[in-house]
Design a protein around this ligand. Sequence first.
Ligand SMILES: *[C@@H]1O[C@H](CO)[C@@H](O)[C@H](O)[C@H]1NC(C)=O
Ligand SMILES: *[C@@H]1O[C@H](CO)[C@@H](O)[C@H](O)[C@H]1NC(C)=O
Ligand SMILES: *[C@@H]1O[C@H](CO)[C@@H](O)[C@H](O)[C@H]1NC(C)=O
Ligand SMILES: *[C@@H]1O[C@H](CO)[C@@H](O)[C@H](O)[C@H]1NC(C)=O
Ligand SMILES: *[C@@H]1O[C@H](CO)[C@@H](O)[C@H](O)[C@H]1NC(C)=O
Ligand SMILES: *[C@@H]1O[C@H](CO)[C@@H](O)[C@H](O)[C@H]1NC(C)=O
Ligand SMILES: *[C@@H]1O[C@H](CO)[C@@H](O)[C@H](O)[C@H]1NC(C)=O
Length: 369
Amino acid sequence: MRTFLVFCLIVILCVHKTSTYVSGEETKPRLLFVFGDSYADGGNLPPGSASAWRAPYGMFRPGTPVGRFSDGFVETDILAAALGMPSPTPYRLAQNVSISGGVNFAVGGSGVTYALGTPPFQTQVGWFASMVQAGVFTPEDINRALIFVSVVGNDYAAYNGSSLDGYFNLTHEVPLLIDLNLRTLYSLGARNFIISSVSPIDCLPRVTASSGFTECQKNVTIDAVIASHNHILGNRLENMTRKLENSSVLYLQQTKSMRYVLNHPSEFNLTETLKPCCVGNCGSVDESGTPLYTVCENPETHFFWDSIHPTEAGWKAIVGLYNRPRFTWFARSLSSWFGSGVPFMSERNQGYQIVAESPSFSPVMLAGI
Ligand SMILES: *[C@@H]1O[C@H](CO)[C@@H](O)[C@H](O)[C@H]1NC(C)=O
Ligand SMILES: *[C@@H]1O[C@H](CO)[C@@H](O)[C@H](O)[C@H]1NC(C)=O
Ligand SMILES: *[C@@H]1O[C@H](CO)[C@@H](O)[C@H](O)[C@H]1NC(C)=O
Ligand SMILES: *[C@@H]1O[C@H](CO)[C@@H](O)[C@H](O)[C@H]1NC(C)=O
Ligand SMILES: *[C@@H]1O[C@H](CO)[C@@H](O)[C@H](O)[C@H]1NC(C)=O
Ligand SMILES: *[C@@H]1O[C@H](CO)[C@@H](O)[C@H](O)[C@H]1NC(C)=O
Ligand SMILES: *[C@@H]1O[C@H](CO)[C@@H](O)[C@H](O)[C@H]1NC(C)=O
């Protein structure tokens, strides 16, 4: 503890010293905090526990599995690159690796309920809260930081009730819980939020496999669930940003962007849409070591990587659309929101220094996975 206090004092002195030197660049956010599911997870599941740690995951980049549910980068990496920021460090590694770009708390399989059994959004927020309380980041860091949240379907995928009524009720519960968690993040000092709408559940390969990956499932219940979730969440985000002073929200229309890419693949140099690159039980082998899947040679031509997740090329297409009009709410596009509409950009007179790698901080182990 004493070491930590001394460390803090040194940092405060440093902040004080450098705050006389400030330029426009210095006021930009340098921290990205990420919460949610496998679309965002940068490798938080322990090695050995998840398919993302087995071949052929990571075959395109870096060439070996690193815990990302993709052939290469996932949404977090592509989004960070689009914002000119480094990929945030997975929370699992936060003790050993520099966290000067932020921390990625997302865990594959999570949602706001216990979904598929991995730590949900609220647990991830608890990890962030303990870092904030340990003084790992300055209040200014957190104020200027970007928060990205991907809670895009696991709660629906995990629904095991028998009634459609109960399934539909989730479209009230899930946005409510996302809202509550965002308010907790706000109370911890976060102000700038990027939130994703759900993925088009009806077009995921796990659903379209029954048609040989030829068409999205036509199901009015699923259509209504997607529309209801996205609408209620949008409503809540709008109310939230009105009520919470200085908060700013960008709502990514992921259902729309993914459908757009699936309908216009050639615009993105993709040749395969519904058929994933890795078909079957991706990442699994039988007792004799024979793969229970087949894998394509050119993942960069496929939109989907496995039965649920886009390829890196898919993510580039999706995130690229957020810089076009009409794929985001509450701001014209990602770049217009990031460039001008965000409060931190108008604050020109504050020093900005990252307090990273606190020696006393110890990440809580991901229990129960
Ligand atoms: C962090 O470093 C320590 C000491 O080198 C090591 O024992 C531990 O396994 C590392 N943790 C991770 C998650 O790599
Ligand atoms: C259904 O899901 C609930 C909540 O996630 C869980 O407590 C329950 O054990 C599940 N039931 C079955 C039969 O899987
Ligand atoms: C769905 O919500 C309604 C209204 O809150 C409630 O009356 C009903 O029991 C819920 N259905 C299920 C299956 O949970
Ligand atoms: C539509 O999806 C719901 C929820 O998964 C399912 O219960 C229902 O049977 C599906 N309807 C059709 C016509 O496939
Ligand atoms: C948003 O606020 C309006 C006006 O206060 C209210 O009528 C509406 O129910 C709120 N929506 C949600 C989803 O909370
Ligand atoms: C909102 O921003 C203004 C200007 O930077 C600041 O004075 C005020 O304390 C902020 N309020 C909250 C609740 O963040
Ligand atoms: C598609 O490929 C062409 C030819 O290689 C290239 O010029 C173009 O930039 C690519 N477009 C995208 C969106 O990657």
